[in-house]
Design a protein around this ligand. Structure first.
Ligand code: IFM
Length: 469
């Protein structure tokens, strides 16, 4: 008994824009990320994703990495602008051919494809109407989803329509830190709503072409009060509404939560009726076959005054006692157990899958040419243990897809942060399995958390088993 169910998906995740490069290949259209990256100062270090990990060309090598890691699942995304280069209308078959080959190659290796449709790289052409802030984008997204499902739906068993609706809304349209770089609260709440409506519309058109399970992937952040002061507890409830319930409730519950609706109406100084129209919530609800969860950390919340840069009466404070990644993100695996149990309690019967979880650690090759990222191993094991505990208490978790398979283009932060289990040398494109990849290979092979002696060289044991010869 490993504590993980038979058929559990042990995998890793990437997204098209972050790894592919080859932005002009095979008829790909321009995406909003090229537009954004061209703005001076938008990307730390001034980089862009023109080459990234060069995975559009090196994908067979990447699939080999998955095999060497004994993984039985791979989450990747389709580049929307490779398939619908102009945003609507013409479908580019060369783009579909590319992903068709990847799906077949995965299946031939016994690796389950988990396919994301929108991992943020929307065709630029859709910005003419306002991108996700425009209702017309919902139909454009459904067109793309239908083309993808028509071509790949017979072989892809798991689909994720939208990646992290809150991040699209917050960073893309509220703070302007991600493409398309808009800073407007009304546009932000519209964008978030249209992303969810796009989920509903996509599911409806995809069903005719796939019996695969379809869900969306919110990034969920458990919120905890900084103190037992009732004001902090109210702030925590508000933050949970803003980050979590605003997306979970329309997808899996009874529509947008009334308390957060009021917060939004106060923040934008008007009603939401022009944005969330009659019938919209019914188009979003009850469509999901599973919930994909991206989990990184929690939010410790304190009450605060609303101000010019603070639309809601709360703020995040840091926990001085927390362990942190190299980027300062608090590491709180036990909050993942709580989150999974909460979801199991509030949305009983909905299968759950961890579709992202990972950390930035800057380890690079040492004198022996290997990357000894022992902190990532600790992080991985702690989060798997948190999942195991939730499963033991009944949470229906179907898989764990680590973010990320390999170091890649981390959006506005460029190439500095390294999230990968595989080290990428961006000058040569060379990939090196880090110790975390070798250790994860042992876990995936065993189907559970294997014993680990931190002082033991990870790779050598695996080598002696013949897996990396
Ligand atoms: O790299 C991103 C990914 O694209 C979406 N989720 C969070 C990851 C790490 O920041």
């Amino acid at each position: 008994m490993t504590g993980f169910p038979d058929g559990f998906l042990w995998g890793a995740a990437t997204s098209a824009y972050q790894i592919e490069g080859s932005l002009d290949a095979d008829g790909r259209g321009r995406s909003i990320w090229e537009d954004f990256a061209a703005r001076p100062g938008a990307i730390e270090g001034g980089g862009d994703a023109a080459v990234a990990c060069d995975s559009y060309r090196r994908w067979p090598e990447d699939l080999e990495l998955l095999e060497r890691m004994n993984l039985n699942a791979y989450r990747f995304s389709l580049a929307w602008s490779r398939i619908v280069p102009d945003g609507t209308g013409r479908i580019e078959t060369r783009g579909l051919d590319h992903y068709d080959r990847i799906v077949d190659a995965l299946l031939a290796r016994g690796i389950t494809p988990v396919v994301t449709l929108n991992h943020w790289d929307m065709p630029s052409a859709l910005m003419a109407d306002g991108g996700w802030a425009a209702r017309s984008t919902v139909d454009a997204f459904a067109e793309y989803a239908e083309a993808a499902a028509r071509r790949l739906g017979d072989r892809v068993p798991w689909w994720i329509t939208q990646n992290e609706p809150w991040i699209i809304q917050l960073l893309g349209y509220q703070l302007g830190l991600h493409a398309p770089g808009v800073r407007d609260l009304r546009a932000a709440v519209s964008a978030g709503h249209h992303v969810l409506l796009g989920h509903g519309a996509a599911v409806d058109v995809m069903r005719a072409h796939t019996s695969g399970r379809i869900g969306a992937a919110p990034n969920l952040l458990p919120c905890v009060p900084a103190s037992d002061d009732p004001a902090d507890i109210a702030a925590t409830r508000g933050s949970d509404g803003y980050v979590n319930r605003w997306f979970l409730e329309p997808l899996l519950g009874g529509g947008y939560p009334a308390d957060m609706r009021e917060h939004w109406e106060r923040a934008i100084g008007g009603g939401l009726d022009g944005i969330i129209r009659d019938g919209d919530e019914a188009r979003i609800a009850g469509r999901s076959d599973f919930l994909a969860i991206n989990y990184y950390t929690q939010r410790v919340m304190k009450a605060a005054e609303v101000g010019p840069d603070r639309p809601f009466p709360w703020q995040v404070v840091s926990d001085p006692a927390a362990a942190r990644t190299d980027e300062g993100t608090e590491i709180v695996p036990e909050a993942l157990t709580g989150l999974l149990l909460r979801l199991h309690r509030e949305y009983p019967g909905v299968p759950l899958m961890i579709t992202e979880n990972g950390a930035i650690y800057g380890d690079s090759p040492s004198h022996d040419g290997q990357v000894h990222d022992v902190r990532r191993i600790r992080y991985l094991r702690a989060h798997l243990e948190a999942i195991r505990v939730a499963i033991a208490q009944g949470a229906p978790v179907t898989g764990y897809l680590h973010w990320s398979l390999m170091d890649n283009f981390e959006w506005a932060l460029g190439y500095r942060p390294r999230f990968g289990m595989v080290y990428v040398d961006y000058r040569t494109g060379e990939r090196i399995l880090k110790d975390s990849a070798l250790h994860y290979a042992e876990i995936a092979r065993a189907g559970g958390i294997v014993d680990w002696d931190e002082t033991r060289p990870v790779g050598r044991v695996v080598d002696s088993l013949g897996a990396f010869g």
